[in-house]
Design a binder for this molecule. Structure first.
Ligand code: SF4
Ligand code: SF4
Length: 302
């Protein structure tokens, strides 16, 4: 069994499935959504994240880096050139204020389960469990499935949050092991989907249709509502029409755009493609309820 590459294990979440969840964020995604809130998840390789609002500008990391990989970039801070960085972590060891973090640590399924079992009591009391997120967890489907199997042996349920851009084998294998899916739907038009995310939606919709027909567990389909990208009436009605055509009724959730990923773009020295668009409140999406009713659907605005 290959090891899995994980960039964060976050405890105590109440938004990533039922009950109290521990969320495992896996590294690597084939999509490049303009609004992605986890840019540190996208690369399949470990990398150094710089945390600008913690840094005290001592410059120590620049001096200790044996590869001369760190430079002070205006508007960003002490940014690492990933082409030069060998991940020796010397800069992390010398940053006494912890403004540098390694994103991407390898675990075996057994090592990860041992970590996750520390929260077993919370899962039992709250009806919670483990959520695999990312990145795209199904790019590491063998690792996720083996970890979910081991969790099951301890009575811990699991959920996969997916963008759906994974092989049908990966999706179907996970469907045989995990208890629930949160599944993203970003735009009904394949070409616009490609412009927004880097890939069209053909495989994503094929996998979703398969799950709607064959997966017996909880399935929640989630539409990130992104101003200027997929907030038109035509796009949203296209999505609602697709959902109304499926035999099964599942939860439909709309997620208002937020800017929480911005500091991480700065920390990676990357430009934020959403510019200065403001975060949205739930109320900004209320009008969609009426459109959903036209298709006999109810929605949740999270
Ligand atoms: S990242 Fe850490 S070591 Fe580098 S300048 Fe900031 S505080 Fe100093
Ligand atoms: S991990 Fe090592 S090579 Fe990479 S930036 Fe830090 S000190 Fe330099």
């Amino acid at each position: 069994m290959e090891k899995g590459l994980v960039f964060n294990v976050e405890r105590g979440s109440s938004e990533d499935g039922p009950g109290i969840r521990t969320v495992v964020f896996l590294k690597g995604c084939a999509l490049r959504c303009k609004w992605c809130a986890n840019p540190e998840s996208q690369s399949r390789k470990p990398e150094i994240l710089y945390i600008a609002n913690v840094c005290v500008h001592c410059g120590e990391c620049v001096h200790v880096c044996p590869q001369n990989a760190i430079s002070l970039r205006e508007g960003y801070g002490y940014i690492t050139d990933s082409g030069r960085c060998t991940l020796c972590q010397e800069c992390i060891r010398h940053c006494y204020i912890s403004a540098r973090k390694l994103q991407g640590v390898e675990y075996t399924p057994e090592e990860l389960v041992a970590e996750l079992r520390k929260d077993e009591a919370f899962f039992r009391q709250s009806g919670g469990g483990v959520t695999f997120s990312g990145g795209e967890p199904l790019l590491q489907a063998d690792f996720v499935c083996r970890t979910a199997e081991l969790l099951h042996e301890h009575g811990i349920p699991s959920l996969v949050e997916t963008c759906g851009y994974a092989s049908s084998e990966a999706v179907q294998k996970a469907a045989g092991v995990v208890d629930a899916f949160f599944y993203d739907y970003k735009h009904p038009d394949p070409e616009i989907h490609r412009q927004l995310t880097g890939q069209d939606n053909v495989q994503i919709l094929e996998n979703l249709r398969w799950l709607m027909k064959n997966f017996p567990g909880e399935l929640s389909v989630r539409y990130p509502y992104i101003p200027g990208c997929n907030d038109s009436q035509e796009a949203i009605r296209g999505f609602l029409h697709f959902m109304s055509q499926q035999e099964r009724r599942v939860e439909i959730v709309f997620l208002p755009y937020h800017r929480l990923g911005l500091p991480k773009y700065i920390g990676l020295g990357r430009e934020y493609a959403m510019g200065d668009r403001k975060s949205l409140k739930r109320e900004a999406l209320e009008h969609i309820r009426g459109w959903a009713a036209d298709y006999g659907l109810e929605i949740v605005i999270q």
